[in-house]
Write a protein that binds this ligand. Structure first.
Ligand SMILES: [Zn+2]
Length: 519
């Protein structure tokens, strides 16, 4: 009987939980954090007494006997100990090799909980997670179908990221069998502008990363604006942050996590497109240019930031994973100098500034990234010709025209455009308050209302103000965006819905509206 080669692959699936399930899941994560802290504290005490630390897995398990940690089952607690033990001995190994390494000494509030086979059961879209004896069973619902055949699941891991719960489902899947040509090589050049440039024979594939770059630029701009806005309200060092400040930090973490998810998704989709293209062209070996060490040299402020934000190891890892699953062999070579060498005459050429490469010696011209990919293929032992046909693909989704972040810094607009239009069923302010225009009788019209501060608000706001007796207009400094235009007229609050676009405004309006009973 011949054995089928298999690989382990993990898919992250969001959980749909009821508030009670959510509380219990967080309880498990906290309990795992307690186990982690328990080992670290125990070993710290041993260090202080100049006794050897305990890191052996079975020794740790023996020490665990008789101790319980909330709802966490014995098997899950052991999984945390296993992680500790692995991290500890990895650090020992690296220290012996003279590499900088740290022992696990930092406590964490939430630690992922791994359920090995037998500690979980899958029933359609529901998963039962084993908890300690006594409390009721814990069932959770998955947000999407499991992408692996049933019976191949080996373990699941409960993780929390920026306030969301996920299950990482690890499965052992058989390597796909495709009719690949053993003599066929392909070179892959990784890049920022084009995440993947692939050449095999005289065919090429260029994946554009414009959408990912656009997402990155918007996110950077958004982060800058948010921190600018909050800078004045930040608690000083040692001062306890207010509830508002905690909320601000949580929203920052959410935005960061959303951005990471979008980029990760875009890169996975791109890698998938590359691997299916490789299978189509019967490529058996793919040579990837490893940009290792690219961040060690100083390339100037802007380029340094670009290189650090470029998730090159993820790009490489997801291509490698998908290629191995498709039965394609992966070879890594150093990519240094591949974009400044001519693939025809193998002489050094000046590094091109734009996208097109031209050789001073033989006059060969071509796309810069494809030239790099051809040189990389040659380093791995493959031979390619100048591409006769180039296929273009896109990675990721372009941020929508109506992306809220586009308008945060658009000074030309008097009012920010809505991120989520107030259509039927949407939770935006316009539909929730049902106040497209102020209710009649709440505004007292006069001829000359005086304006406190300068106001560059929307036409609706300005019009309303002209008709009011007294009001306060709070303006965000140095901005023409109308932040809060609200009018306190005889204890009645009129909200100009046109200016209520950003979340802060909505919250403010909601609070004021509730407090005074009005709008
Ligand atoms: Zn040349």
């Amino acid at each position: 009987m011949c054995s089928v080669p298999t690989v382990h692959r993990t898919a992250r699936i969001a959980l749909r939980t009821t508030p009670a399930q959510r509380r219990r899941c967080y309880g498990l994560l906290r309990s795992a954090g307690d186990v982690w802290a328990w080992v670290i504290d125990g070993n710290r005490r041993l260090r202080e007494q100049h006794r050897p630390e305990v890191a052996n897995f079975s020794a740790l398990c023996r020490e665990l006997t008789g101790t319980t940690f909330g709802d966490l089952s014995r098997q899950c607690a052991e999984a945390v100990l296993k992680n500790y033990s692995t991290a500890f001995f990895e650090a020992v190994k690296r220290k012996k090799l003279g590499v900088r390494a740290g022992f696990p000494r930092r406590k964490r509030a939430l630690v992922p909980v791994r359920f090995r086979k037998g500690c979980f059961a899958v029933d359609g879209s529901r998963v039962r997670l084993r908890v300690a004896k006594g409390p009721p069973e814990l069932w959770v619902r998955l947000g999407r179908a499991i992408p692996y055949p049933s019976g191949s699941l080996r373990s699941v891991t409960l993780v929390a990221e920026a306030g969301r719960l996920y299950l990482d489902m690890t499965a052992e899947v058989a390597v796909e069998v495709h009719p690949l040509d053993p003599a066929r090589f392909a070179g892959v050049d990784l890049g920022i502008i084009h995440p993947y440039a692939v050449v095999t024979g005289d065919e090429a594939l260029l994946v554009s990363g414009r959408a990912i770059r656009s997402e990155e630029r918007l996110h950077l701009e958004d982060t800058k604006r948010r921190s600018q806005k909050a800078a004045g309200k930040a608690p000083s060092k040692g001062q306890r942050g207010s509830r508002r400040w905690r909320r601000h930090r949580a929203s920052g973490r959410r935005a960061e996590a959303r951005h990471r998810r979008r980029v990760r998704q875009g890169q996975h989709e791109a890698a998938k497109a590359v691997v299916s293209w490789l299978v189509e062209h019967n490529v058996s070996t793919v040579v990837i240019g490893d940009p290792k060490g690219i961040t060690t040299r100083d390339c100037g402020r802007q380029q340094n930031l670009r290189l650090r934000n470029w998730r090159r190891t993820h790009l490489m890892a997801c291509l490698k994973d998908k290629a191995e699953l498709a039965g394609i062999e992966v070879v890594l070579v150093n990519e240094r100098g591949t974009s400044s060498t001519c693939p025809e005459c193998h002489k050094a050429a000046p590094k091109p500034r734009g996208r097109s490469f031209s050789c001073l010696h033989c006059g060969h011209t071509g796309h810069r990234d494809l030239v790099g990919a051809r040189n990389i293929a040659a380093r791995g032992g493959g031979s390619t010709r100048a591409p006769a046909r180039v296929t273009h693909r896109r990675a990721g989704t372009v941020p929508a025209r109506r992306d809220r972040r586009r308008h945060l810094y658009d000074e030309r607009r008097s009012c920010p455009a809505p991120g989520r239009p107030g259509g039927p069923g949407s939770r935006s302010q316009a539909s929730r308050l049902g106040a497209g225009s102020p209710a009649p009788g709440t505004v007292h019209a006069v001829d000359n209302g005086t304006l406190r501060g300068s106001h560059g608000g929307c036409a609706g706001c300005v019009g309303l103000m002209r008709r009011c007796t007294s009001f306060d207009v709070l303006m965000r400094p140095k901005s023409s965006v109308c932040l809060t235009a609200y009018f306190a007229v005889k204890q009645t609050l009129v909200i100009c819905t046109k200016s209520l676009r950003c979340r802060a405004q909505r919250r403010l309006a909601g609070r004021k509206g509730r407090g005074r009973g009005g709008g």
